[in-house]
Design a binder for this molecule. Structure first.
Ligand code: M6P
Ligand code: ZN
Length: 192
């Protein structure tokens, strides 16, 4: 891999980057067990395995000192009352952080530590979010029409630990309530 400086562009306001090494697409089937309303999930999945989010990644070595970057698009949609979201993960190397720069759409970053601290931060265009080391993170799109689009960067050696979240889910959920968006405790959460 070349070690020369390089540039690429993200079309404003929030398009596909001009450099893409890998395009990841995650569908409903990849989020099995994560949505609160399992009946609504099974029904929706039986109709169509819809695209929930896409990630355009820039390839760099997955080693300490490197930075991994890309642009994510979380599509609008809901399963029952729950907005479309990413799987979410801890970093395998827990003591590694991540930065997000929001380009388009509205949503939230749902975060928690292994010790049970939680934080749910609103995301909107122009906002930068710093996810500190140790905090698991999941992005949620609450826009009705627009994708939630953001640039992200994290250390090359961070790695993705999906297992913990797949098993227990996050402690907080983002739902559409009668009076608007609600952030609620996950009733299915089994404490670790
Ligand atoms: C963000 C970054 C990526 C991540 C992507 C999708 O853009 O954190 O590293 O891959 O979201 O989220 P997930 O890996 O949890 O499916
Ligand atoms: Zn991450």
């Amino acid at each position: 891999m070349s070690n020369l400086p390089f540039t690429f562009d993200i079309p404003i306001p929030g398009g596909v980057p001009t450099r893409v090494d890998k395009h990841v697409q995650r569908r409903l089937s990849a989020l099995k067990g994560q949505f609160l309303d399992q009946t609504a999930y099974e029904k929706k999945l039986a109709e169509e395995d819809s695209l929930v989010y896409e990630v355009y990644e820039i390839h760099r070595p997955e080693i300490e000192g490197e930075l991994l970057m890309g642009v994510s698009f979380i599509h609008p949609g809901k399963v029952g009352q729950e907005f479309y979201m990413t799987k979410g993960h801890f970093h395998t190397v827990l003591e590694t952080a991540e930065v997000y720069y929001i380009l388009q759409g509205e949503g939230f970053m749902v975060m928690e530590t292994p010790e049970g601290e939680t934080s749910v931060e609103p995301l909107s265009p122009g906002r930068i979010l710093f996810v500190p080391p140790r905090w698991a993170h999941r992005s949620v799109c609450t826009s009705r029409q627009k994708d939630l689009v953001f640039f992200f960067v994290y250390p090359g050696n961070a790695g993705h630990d999906y297992g913990t979240i797949e098993q227990f889910g996050f402690r907080k959920l983002v739902l559409e309530g009668e009076g608007g968006i609600e952030i609620v405790d996950n009733p299915r959460y089994q404490g670790r």
